[in-house]
Design a protein around this ligand. Sequence first.
Ligand code: PRX
Length: 659
Amino acid sequence: MAEEHATLSNLSTENRSFPPSDEFAAQANATADWYDRADADREVFWAEQAERLHWERKWERVLDWDAPFAKWFVGGRLNVAYNCVDRHVEAGYGEQVAFHWEGEPGDTRTITYADLQREVCKTTNALIELGVGEGDRVAIQLPMIPEAVFSMLACARLGAMHSVVFGGFSPGALKARIEDAEAKLLITSDGQYRRGKPAPMKANTDEATAETPTIEHVLVVKRTEIDVPWTDGRDIWWHEIVDKQSEEHTPEAFDAEQPLYILYTSGTTGKPKGILHTAGGYLTQCAYTHNVVFDHKPGESVYWCTADIGWVTGHSYIVYGPLANRATSVMYEGTPNTPHEGRHWEIIQKYGVSIYYTAPTLIRTFMKWGTDIPAKYDLSSLRVLGSVGEPINPEAWMWYRENIGGNNCPIVDTWWQTETGAIMISPLPGVTAAKPGSAMRPLPGISAEIVNDAGEPVGHGNGGYLVLDEPWPSMLRGIWGDEERYRETYWSRFAEQGYYFAGDGAKYDDDGAFWLLGRVDDVMNVSGHRISTTEVESALVSHPTVAEAAVVGASDATTGQGIVAFVIMRGNVAQDEAKGADAIKALRDHVSKEIGPIAKPRQIMVVDELPKTRSGKIMRRLLRDVAENREIGDVTTLADSSVMDMISAGLQDSSRSED
Ligand code: PRX
């Protein structure tokens, strides 16, 4: 399409590049020779990285690859929680801070590694008392509070799997995830702080667990003191069961391929996919990447990843990677503008944060709020800045560098996915001359290609599909309970070549650097969160007034993409009423209730027809043209070519609302 070509040529004119200072390069954890070393023998390289961990029994083979199924560090045994907590205490670092936790209302907690060990052991003992054991699934829906970390590590310690569900997801979304994983225990809280006010959480999770027979108990952390509904016998207060437990628990070593967690992510259908990660390979790559990409120095760096624990970034870069590397982290409970728009910079100044890892959507929001806000704070402790979740525009990259990094911090734009488990494509901060907006090249040990429709490499200066052509340690091991979908989703597109298809478009510039261009499938990326068009369509159609819906992602200056929905109302709904502001609001609220506020459409257009091909497939390309106010493209494959005229004509009186 014309638009894509324009983007491609804009990107290829980006010729600014920013090498690290000599000083930074001289002290960096990884050096340029790592690429060659890894290329020379990938298995030897990954074995060296695995040595960063404590193995109760060493592996016999680095990799068994029976495509698309990988086993890494075969025969090795380890305990993930021991690696993240106990071994640091045993090595004499018990008094080092693991988390500077900052609550939204301004309360704080300082948790040392010794504290973390005590809390994780007590939580583990409580889970045992509640009947949780190896292989069981535990659902967790919690705000950004330390108990979320304790719960995840307690599961890992026991060889049970956690399934963390983002706090903003609706009861329906939580229920679907509990059912799919057949979770035995749900860990939640009475409420959560949202923009300065306590909001209910337990009331929502109760709605989710009303009909989930697998849930035996609900463990409830008291965070906000708001009233909660209570089911005697099933519900237990965290403080009543955890506080009384022994502070000791001897961890057992599990197989390297022991399942560690399931994390649900949107696919191209309405049913979320339970991405499965396992212990040894996952922890190895999380620890390796956290060490080399952020140039983390244990005991010196103060590291802050602003993601929510409910997403993969929170799993890999708040919990597993940093703790395996004995990081001192900041963990922040709240929103970036509560109580004021300088909250992040205030926190960086307060704790002397040296590594800050956030998302482009937030950087664009900060840009909107104005440069005078960060300018009021002392950000000179920062050494490395990171970005993740969506392509970062060159302007946002430059703004980040100048206004947050004081023009002297390397920026690492890290490309990866829930499925990859850890960072795959990113600059090395002490090595790479980074270009604003490019993730640059695969990390040492990782192999990626950009290929055309036939699976052939496209070569420098050309665009195509991003594929991963070699297995990697933290790769997903499957989709929970659905092997067929695993093969179909990731391995069928380039089955002949045996490539993993990431679902992203990408381009090589003339120097061979990677530029990520966004999803090529029906998955939207809103503020770095993956939402499928089908999921939102199903939510809309579940409203009694809606007959049919089509949803597209349209570019949005702040959120990357915004959700735009086209709906056909049922025959019995009066048309003027259907297009009224109240009806549109009711639909937006309905989607929010069904999936969560992140899925609320930015815009809903009521139409009489949808553009379809003769075989009945909705032509989203045309809807995207409308949503992005473009001239409408080729309509010759439409079954009824007058439909687009009708849609365009009808739009004038459709509502658009934003909040
Ligand atoms: O489209 C890519 C985009 O986010 C998708 C993965 O989303 P999720 O599994 O939710 O994980 C997000 C955090 C790792 C990818 O398929 N994406 C992620 N990072 C980048 C990116 N797009 C461009 N540049 C990135 N750095």
